[in-house]
Design a protein around this ligand. Structure first.
Ligand code: IPM
Ligand code: MG
Length: 358
């Protein structure tokens, strides 16, 4: 196959990690007989610097002409919240998610076998293993609701952010979660705040309707505060966790920390039509940008997700994941995951070793 891939290298360490992931794509292409065409797409702080806005006109169209999008990282202190919205990288991220219809954000939190010691939880907890898939609704809820800011008579300024969810939005993300669970350990935990929020009560009723359609999948409701607690108490209990946009933002960060290796975690954002967008969950780490210190593994594993979810090519995805596990098992570490006493290797060397295993 020939695949056309949009590359959003972005800011900070973004270009370095994307370069290594591209190298891995090419190695996979050689082994499995695929070719790739790459299209560079400007987005984020670098776009603000180049053309004055973080989400240049035509960005969505450029991406839509591709089979998948690979994103490094965007953001940095240079384009902080003191800047107008059109110059901020976050604005561009939200816009591309919405414009490409990427309503399902898949964030696996996996404790890779060679990294069990990195888990900050009790040894017995780590030994049970962690392999959960956070499915976060990505184009609705409070992130995209109406905002307001107005002057009150006696209480100064007041602001509102509206959280809205429709049955249709809940059903499509719910279905994704149940379908994914069927390919995994067949358990869905739906996270809400139904004891307080009306959107959560609707969420729960739609999920219950879906649960009846998937009798082979075990289903449970979990309140968001309890979920935050369970994630550090016993993360091994979770398989697929599905939740609304903001709860998912918060819980996916928590889940990633629980594995102890944020530099290893990929993500996929998908909708009903191509292209899907693939990116590491870590940020742009401007403090180490350009120093060959960044860990490219999360981006490389995002390419594995691209093969699995956009191209329906599990063998290629398995090959990438196996190569990463092999390199980790041999003891190679970038600085972020190097235990004391281990001499770390650089971004490029890590990429080279993984390619060699493919
Ligand atoms: C994420 C990030 C974004 C979000 C920010 C940068 C807008 O935290 O992808 O989780 O909140 O969705
Ligand atoms: Mg976040």
């Amino acid at each position: 196959m020939n695949y056309k891939i949009a590359l959003i290298k972005g800011d900070g360490i973004g270009p370095e990690v994307v370069n290594e992931a591209v190298g891995v794509l090419e190695a996979v292409g050689e082994k499995f007989g695929h070719t790739f065409e790459f299209v560079d797409v400007l987005l984020g702080g670098c776009a603000t610097d180049a053309v004055g806005k973080s989400y240049p006109d035509g960005t969505a169209e450029k991406c839509r002409a591709c089979d998948a999008v690979l994103l490094g990282a965007v953001g940095g202190p240079k384009w902080g919240s003191d800047k107008p919205p059109e110059q901020r990288p976050e604005t561009a991220l939200l816009a591309i998610r919405k414009d490409l219809g990427l309503y399902a954000n898949l964030r696996p939190a996996t404790l890779r076998p060679a990294m069990a010691d990195a888990c900050p939880l009790k040894k017995e907890t780590a030994e049970k293993g962690i392999d959960l898939m956070m499915v976060r609704e990505l184009t609705g809820g409070i992130y995209f609701g109406k905002r307001d800011r107005y002057q009150t008579e006696d209480r100064g300024l007041e602001c509102t952010d509206l959280m809205a969810y429709s049955e249709q939005e809940i059903e499509r993300i719910g279905r994704r979660a149940f379908e994914l669970a069927r390919l995994r350990r067949k358990k869905v935990s739906s996270v809400d705040k139904a004891n307080v929020l009306e959107t959560s009560r609707l969420w729960r009723s739609v999920m219950h309707r879906l649960a009846e359609e998937y009798p082979d999948v075990q289903y449970e409701d979990v309140l968001v505060d309890n979920c935050a607690m369970q994630l550090v108490r016993d993360p091994g209990q979770f398989d697929v966790v599905v939740t609304e946009n903001m709860f998912g933002d918060i819980l996916s960060d928590e889940a990633s920390m629980v594995t102890g290796s944020i530099g290893l975690l990929p993500s996929a954002s998908i909708g009903d039509t191509a292209p899907g967008l693939y990116e590491p969950i870590h940020g742009s780490a401007p403090d180490i940008a350009g120093q060959d210190k960044a860990n490219p593994i999360a981006t490389i594993l995002s390419v594995a997700m691209m093969f699995r979810y956009s191209f329906q090519r599990a063998a290629e995805a398995d090959a990438i994941e196996a190569a990463v596990d092999a390199v980790l098992a041999e003891g190679w570490r970038t600085p972020d995951i190097a235990e004391p006493g281990v001499t770390p290797i650089g971004t490029k060397e890590m990429g080279r070793l993984i390619r060699a295993h493919i």
